[in-house]
Design a protein around this ligand. Structure first.
Ligand code: FES
Ligand SMILES: [Fe+2]
Length: 358
């Protein structure tokens, strides 16, 4: 087979364009409760940040001391100020340098300040904006939509717990993996679906704004173990993706929600995602902890199977110097994910219906 130039592209192709799109959104960082008393260092889109809390709330600065560039995340909080671990310069929540130890008369100026990034706390997660200030020193755009609402996090009828995991793969390939039904017979054979237990399912795709949803009906349950153990009379299931990086699967019975799996993905870099998997169930009076204990090993196994296949995919892509993908109509979600990550906004909702044998 002769390779043409188009067959092989460089790994990481499209990184700049993707970053430019993602930076237009509030990017998820971590669950609020991960930020405790100590400063927390984490990376998003290759930008190291330090998060810390003061009485005024949570703050984010670039994780680099303006003095000699030591990471501020190695420092400590004293009286509401972030203290650099090297020479003890102190910074407030806006990044302003408030003290340089050892000088009696020196007044710190703006070039002694650390660079802030805009931070929001919403529905139990911390979100950051990297556009503008954080990279270039330009002011933030005013008209950015608020961080994505995750209303189930505060709904007293639901019970949620969070697992932290990570995958070496692109955001697009990781999101596709979570939302694609056609791999489940192979990667999760017996656990989620089986090749011999297929049924005809109606899929209705709806893209709206910066999100896409696929609703599956006509599937009474899946042939795999998880569905047989934990689901009764499935009516509908959904796969959803919201820019910039939240993928969600929902299973519902006639009585309402059975299981909601929400992967909140933080792109640490182009080919590496930190993932917070939020597992949500209907709250039972006594059974929450029990449900969690029984369900956990099955879901963890499925999650590890996904991580293994996405990482294998990533290694192969890198070995060949780039992606060379060929799709069919069974790859329902991919075209929408690609469009969204290129910045498409579906101002008028787009709908499409397809039948699948899954
Ligand atoms: S490097 Fe931070 S105070 Fe010197
Ligand atoms: Fe999977």
């Amino acid at each position: 087979m002769n390779l043409t130039k188009n067959d092989v592209c460089q790994s990481g192709d499209g990184k700049e364009a993707l970053y430019a799109e993602l930076e237009k959104h509030w990017l998820p960082l971590c669950p609020s409760r991960e930020l405790k008393r100590k400063p927390l260092g984490l990376t998003v889109l290759d930008v190291p940040l330090v998060l810390f809390r003061t009485e005024e709330g949570a703050h984010a600065l670039l994780d680099r001391c303006p003095h000699r560039n030591v990471p501020l995340s190695g420092g400590r909080l004293t009286a509401g100020k972030l203290v650099c671990p090297y020479h003890g310069w102190e910074f407030d929540g806006t990044g302003a340098c408030t003290r340089v130890p050892g000088l009696c008369t020196f007044k710190p100026g703006p070039h002694h300040d650390a660079s802030p990034a805009a931070l929001r706390e919403r529905d139990g997660f911390l979100w950051v904006r990297l556009g503008g200030e954080a990279r270039s020193g330009e002011p933030q755009e005013a008209s950015v939509p608020e961080p994505l609402a995750l209303p189930f996090m505060n709904n007293p009828e639901y019970y949620s717990f969070v697992w932290k995991t990570a995958v070496r793969g692109s955001l697009l390939n990781a999101a596709e993996n979570l939302l694609d039904a056609t791999h489940t017979h192979y990667v999760h054979a017996g656990l989620i679906r089986t090749d011999g237990g297929r049924q005809t399912v109606n899929a209705r795709i709806r893209a709206e704004g910066a999100s896409v949803e696929i609703e599956y009906t006509g599937e009474s349950g899946q042939a795999g173990l998880i569905s047989r153990l934990f689901e009764r009379d499935r009516q509908r299931s959904f796969g959803r993706f919201y820019m910039p990086g939240v993928a969600q699967i929902e299973y519902s019975s006639a009585k309402g929600l059975t299981l909601l799996i929400t992967a909140v993905m933080r792109p640490t870099s182009f080919a590496y995602q930190d993932i917070y998997a939020v597992i949500t169930m209907k709250r039972g009076r006594f059974t929450n902890g029990l449900k969690k204990r029984v369900l956990t090993p099955f879901l963890k196994k499925a999650l590890n199977q996904d991580i293994t296949i996405v990482e294998t995919q990533q290694r192969t892509i890198e070995r060949w110097g780039g992606e060379s993908f060929h799709s069919t109509q069974a790859d329902l979600i991919r075209p929408y994910l690609e469009q969204l990550m290129k910045g498409k906004v579906y101002d008028t909702p787009h709908e499409k219906k397809v039948q699948l044998f899954v």
